[in-house]
Design a protein around this ligand. Structure first.
Ligand code: NAX
Length: 481
């Protein structure tokens, strides 16, 4: 279980800590973690209490901002100078944290102007300009230094997050390019959501002792769980020595129409590349030959399945409601996508998964699309409770909400997957995982996360069927981590 937090939740947790520990401070703990990480990077991975003499020949640049992030940087600078490193401080914006600057100067750090920075040479730069209090974007002066550091391949260690990122989203205006980021207590959205995540480099979370729960043990608002690669690997169904195609799971696909045969192909490809025992296609007979030409291992026609995928590419047809009811009557879990989402019968089989995007969810709930866009997590939870099924709300952050109120996020991916057909592939993937026995929420988290991880590994204009072709490679990589 991985945790991701908003800036507001972090501040609330910090306030709770201060209330419980009057007169004590957290900056010292954070700064020492930064200094220790810097030392590890400077000494090539070794963290030893005895710093070698040659460390004195290394120079660290600390870029300082006017808030507490700058304070972290200044106290870290002091700790590094005390241990023998030459440390230069460049104030990028605001007034320096007073006690932090005094400690750094006392320890022998040297102040340099922004103009001087590019005339010197450094082994490591620490970005302590903006943290969770930063508004998106950095001034041109910092952009210039960032470019200079990259040109000279001087690694940057960001404190909490690379300056310029918005802690709560994946959005990027301009920001520092970090090779490493050390953050405190838990990851923030910018560390995992794209494109911001690409600027964070290697991530380390340092526990500074904050509690992310309230007095009743409930998570603070803005603290969420997301399914990371480790959890995906532990959930992903791997066939055992005695498995056969039926025990691995047969996924039934009843999608597509003469008008939209491609949706059926994409669902079939998503299902096949996720590792089912068998994919059975029971959609319109007019498109069966087309399906077979793209996926010869698919079994055509009716028969037993452990999960159905329905709705993608159905289009508007009078027979859709009957088609839905026929599949629902079989009593196996269903992935209900696209055109089937507005035809939900009063009762669904246990363990179903609804896979709307924001527009579809708004139509299902008869609310404005903007309301869903403003609070996707909240509306996913409401929809799951209202329809009595798990909801995977597609979008930049993909929320998976269960009818019992539990909600988690899937590993986010780049926006390259925001294209027609991605949802069809995703529905097929979910179907295979549910046919293999995963609960609807775990299936949704694994499928959405694996599709995201695949797009992340090859960011570019890959069509949904190409992403589907790349899935097995991603699964192999994730499982062998
Ligand atoms: N909240 C916590 O739990 C802890 C926070 N700590 C540190 O404190 C940081 C947060 O400190 P602050 O709240 O002081 O926030 P920051 O240090 O991130 O920045 C706030 C200051 O920068 C200015 N500013 C923000 N965006 C700007 C922009 N784009 N251009 C110019 N000026 C801008 C603000 O007006 C404000 O003066 C964390 O990121 C972390 O490094 C740690 O010391 C330990 C614990």
């Amino acid at each position: 279980m991985a945790i991701v937090c908003t800036a507001e939740a972090t501040r609330a947790a910090e306030q709770r800590w201060f209330d419980a520990h009057p007169g004590r401070d957290l900056m010292d703990v954070a700064a020492h973690a930064v200094a220790r990480k810097a030392q590890e990077l400077l000494l090539g991975g070794v963290v030893d209490e005895v710093v070698p003499d040659w460390a004195a020949s290394q120079c660290v640049l600390v870029l300082v901002g006017g808030g507490n992030n700058g304070g972290d940087g200044l106290f870290a600078a002091a700790a590094l100078a005390q241990r023998g490193w030459r440390v230069e401080l460049a104030q990028v914006m605001g007034q320096p944290h007073e006690a932090g600057m005094a400690a750094a100067l006392d320890a022998g750090c040297i102040r340099v102007s922004l103009g001087e920075v590019t005339r010197h040479s450094y082994d490591l730069a620490i970005d302590a300009v903006l943290g969770i209090g930063g508004r998106p974007g950095i001034p041109q002066s910092l952009e210039r230094i960032d470019t200079w550091l990259r040109d000279r391949r001087i690694p940057v260690l960001a404190v909490d997050l690379p300056s310029g990122l918005d802690a709560n989203s994946g959005e990027v205006e301009s920001c520092v390019h970090a090779a490493h980021t050390i953050t405190f207590s838990s990851l923030k959205w910018c560390h995992i959501a794209h494109p911001a995540a690409r600027y964070c480099g290697e991530l380390e979370v340092h526990d500074i002792g904050l509690d992310l729960v309230d007095d009743d043990g409930e998570s603070l608002d803005g603290v969420d769980e997301y399914c990371d690669l480790t959890e995906m690997a532990s959930l992903w169904p791997v066939p055992g020595a005695l498995d056969d195609k039926y025990s691995r799971g047969v996924v039934g696909i009843d999608t597509g129409s003469e008008r939209f045969p491609g949706a059926a192909v994409l669902g079939v490809l998503g299902a096949l590349r996720t590792g089912p025992g068998m994919v059975r296609f029971s959609g319109p007979s007019a498109i069966m030959a087309f399906i077979l030409s793209r996926a010869p291992s698919v079994v055509i026609g009716e028969g037993r399945v452990q999960a159905w995928v329905i709705g993608s590419g159905w289009g508007a047809h009078d027979g859709n409601a009957d088609r839905f009811i026929q599949r629902a009557s079989e009593g196996v879990p269903m992935v209900i996508d696209a055109d089937a989402l507005t035809l939900l019968p009063a009762e669904l089989p246990n363990g179903c998964l609804l896979t709307p995007h924001a527009g579809e969810l708004a139509r299902m709930l008869r609310v404005e699309r903007g309301q869903v866009d403003d609070d996707p997590r909240g509306w996913a939870v409401r929809a799951a409770q209202r329809f009595g099924a798990t909801v995977l709300l597609k979008g930049s952050i993909q929320w998976v909400a269960r009818p019992d109120g539990v909600v988690r996020a899937a590993l986010p991916g780049p926006a390259w997957t925001a294209q027609a057909g991605s949802g069809d592939v995703l529905a097929g993937m979910c179907g295979t995982l549910m046919a293999a026995g995963l609960a609807a929420d775990d299936a949704a988290l694994c499928a959405a996360g694996m599709q995201a991880a695949t797009a992340m590994s090859m960011p570019g204009p890959y069509a949904p069927d190409q992403i589907a072709e790349l899935l097995p490679g991603t699964v192999t990589t994730v499982l062998s981590r």
